[in-house]
Ligand binder design. Structure first.
Ligand code: AMP
Length: 623
């Protein structure tokens, strides 16, 4: 087992009191490794290049020092965060808002394509301390002069490799040219391909490189598995896991103090003997709780990393990573709490879809593949409960059941005038809820995300889709698509023509970028892209809403308005290109797959988005 790294507290990083207060209110105990290294550097005004994945706490790594340096009296933007997608822009802006809860009158403004331009113009004119935006829309505002960057102190390029992949790098260059030379720049990227290094060289002068050193270790006495699961579904997955396992002592790791209490409480309400420990609980109390775990008075300990440091309890049969650790070192420390004294231990890791990359890193650093855990269905669990009941009763019957119980049953039958079967059924209904023994059939057609998760868990490889788009630069994803697991195969795409082609320098990634950011379409809902000299065609799900169609007329790709039109409907163009697609037999059309399913903004768009009245005033969006 490795030496545990000494944790620096947030209070040692140089952050001001209102921000430390926000962190305390949020239940953050200690900085993550990327935070511990980046925060002091950014506070000092250094330029940094950080290699970090989603899930490592990179947002706070730049947001906290930026907030610390904000002059609340100055209302023109002081910090600009460039993000590849609207989802990320929104998440980052939300994070700023949360961390700034104790900074009075702080304003952060997310700016992204597809959102109402007039609203953004109004907000910009009111002033914002921090702007978080996608490149295309930011460029629009710069051209309109509605966004001024001359007072900017800090620029963050978040997920730079994604920006590159989505074809935004030229825009990033243009935007950065509008910012003061004196600005501080921080670039975060999960990977560091050569192009990113070149970009960093161009824009990030004299940088400090921050990378969390990978320490490779192997742990062989522990049976390790993972489950891709959304945050909101973790509790259900946890209870199913607990029920499906033969366990002794269990430690569940979460990230925040709040989460320790919440999870322990929910488990207690479900009949488990669980307790929480976190950094707020004093040492004596913590020790008492650990000793209860040792003695078996409680079976489950829900803990933060800080509070669980040094726990050495032999009876720990399972470690559950309810929240993913920040890095592989943290993972190895956590799971090392089980598999002690030569026993075999089990570890489960919950991974949110957007954290898949971190899973890959853990596997790489620990030089082993984690097995995908097959979450049992409610039906399987019900069967398991019945089997266990029958085994328990059989064991009981091996010894004589005291006469008094036989007598009680006989009396109940007589008093209630009911057969013994009825009495037994009534007793069982006290032990098990109807749901536990006869659950309603689980939906045959799972939600899209569940389907994905199941796929991912089947072969243990990720589709690596995050925040509505693919996240890797090829690799596994390319192989998977060929392997035929893509949902694309089941979508009866309609062909659309876009008036931009190779002469305009368009590449497929530009089309994907524009559609993802402007139409909010997920990559799996974008069909084959056929590039031609002056135009291209793309398959999109059927039933594109009218307002979106209008909007997409004007979205620009490589400077060209898309002027999107349905092939064979809006115009007769390009019949040859799409013959193959249009010839698909009707029988291939699956039920229920529509444009709406692939459009993360379906519905929302209809409510609040009207097509621009004046084409000159429209949003050109991202390219
Ligand atoms: P990110 O990698 O920025 O997407 O952050 C991942 C998640 O970790 C977010 O839900 C944050 O709220 C959470 N988080 C970030 N830093 C900390 C910390 N120091 N302690 C607890 N949770 C954190």
């Amino acid at each position: 087992m490795q030496e545990e790294t000494v944790q620096v507290p947030f209070s040692d990083l140089g952050l001001p009191e209102p921000i430390l207060r926000s962190l305390k209110q949020l239940g953050y105990e200690t900085p993550s490794p990327i935070q511990a290294k980046s925060i002091p550097m950014i506070l000092e005004g250094k330029n940094i290049i950080g290699q970090a994945q989603t899930g490592t706490g990179k947002t706070a790594a730049f947001a906290l020092p930026i907030l610390a340096n904000i002059d609340l009296k100055q209302t023109s933007p002081q910090a600009l965060v460039l993000a590849p997608t609207r989802e990320l822009a929104i998440q980052v802006a939300e994070a700023f808002q949360v961390y700034a809860r104790n900074l009075k009158n702080f304003h952060v403004l997310p700016i992204y394509g597809g959102a109402d331009m007039r609203g953004q113009l109004r907000s910009l004119s009111r002033g914002a301390h921090v702007v978080v935006g996608t490149p295309g829309r930011l460029l629009d505002h710069l051209r309109r002069k509605s966004l001024k960057l001359d007072q900017l102190k800090t620029v963050v390029l978040d997920e730079a490799d994604e920006m590159l992949r989505m074809g935004f790098i030229d825009d990033v260059d243009t935007i950065l040219a509008e910012t003061p030379d004196s600005r501080q720049t921080a670039l975060f990227s999960a990977t560091m391909p050569d192009r990113i290094k070149q970009i960093a060289k161009r824009h990030v002068g004299d940088p400090v490189h921050i990378k969390i050193a990978a320490k490779s270790t192997t742990v062989d006495t522990i049976d390790q598995s993972f489950l891709i699961v959304n945050q909101g579904d973790k509790l259900d997955a946890l209870t199913r896991y607990l029920e499906s396992q033969e366990s002794d002592g269990i430690i569940i790791f979460v990230r925040t103090r709040e989460a320790t209490g919440v999870v322990a409480e929910k488990l207690s309400a479900r009949g488990y003997s669980a307790a929480a420990i976190n950094g707020d609980i004093n040492q004596t109390q913590r020790e008492k709780t650990i000793s209860r775990l040792k003695k078996g008075t409680i079976d489950i300990l829900v803990a933060t990393d800080v509070a669980a440091r040094g726990i050495d309890v032999e009876r720990i049969s399972h470690v559950i990573n309810y929240d993913i650790p920040y890095d592989s070192e943290g993972y190895v420390h956590r799971i090392g709490r089980t598999g002690r004294a030569g026993r075999l231990g089990k570890a489960l890791l919950f991974v949110q879809p957007r954290e898949r990359r971190l899973l890959g890193i853990i596997e790489k650093d620990t030089k082993q593949k984690l097995q995908a855990w097959q979450k049992p269905t409610a039906q399987q669990l019900a069967e398991q409960r019945k089997t266990k009941l029958s085994e328990d009763i059989a064991t009981k019957l091996e010894n004589t059941v005291a006469d008094v119980y036989h007598k009680m049953i006989a009396e109940l039958c007589e008093t209630l005038d009911q057969p013994a079967e009825q009495i037994a059924a009534a007793l069982l209904s006290d032990k098990f809820s109807l749901e536990q023994v006869a659950p309603p059939p689980e939906s045959k057609k799972p939600k899209r995300r569940e389907r994905e998760d199941r796929d991912d868990n089947r072969d243990g490889r990720s589709r690596d889709r995050d925040r509505g788009r693919d996240r890797d630069g090829g690799g596994d994803r390319g192989r998977e698509r060929k392997s035929g697991r893509s949902e694309k195969d089941s979508i009866p795409f309609e062909q659309y023509r876009i008036e931009a082609g190779t002469v305009h320098g368009v590449q497929p990634k530009d089309i994907v970028g524009a559609l993802a950011n402007e139409a909010g379409l997920e990559r799996d809902f974008i069909g084959r892209i056929q590039l031609n000299e002056d135009h291209c065609t793309v398959g999109l799900p059927p039933g594109m809403p009218k307002d979106l169609h209008q909007l997409l007329q004007k979205v620009r790709v490589k400077g060209q308005p898309m002027r999107i039109s349905r092939v064979g409907k809006d115009n007769a163009a390009d019949k040859n290109d799409d013959r193959k697609e249009r010839k698909r037999p009707a029988s291939r059309k699956p039920a229920g797959k529509s444009f709406k399913e692939g459009n993360k903004n379906a519905g929302k768009r209809g409510e609040n988005k009207k097509p621009p009245v004046n084409p000159q005033d429209d949003n050109r969006g991202n390219r």
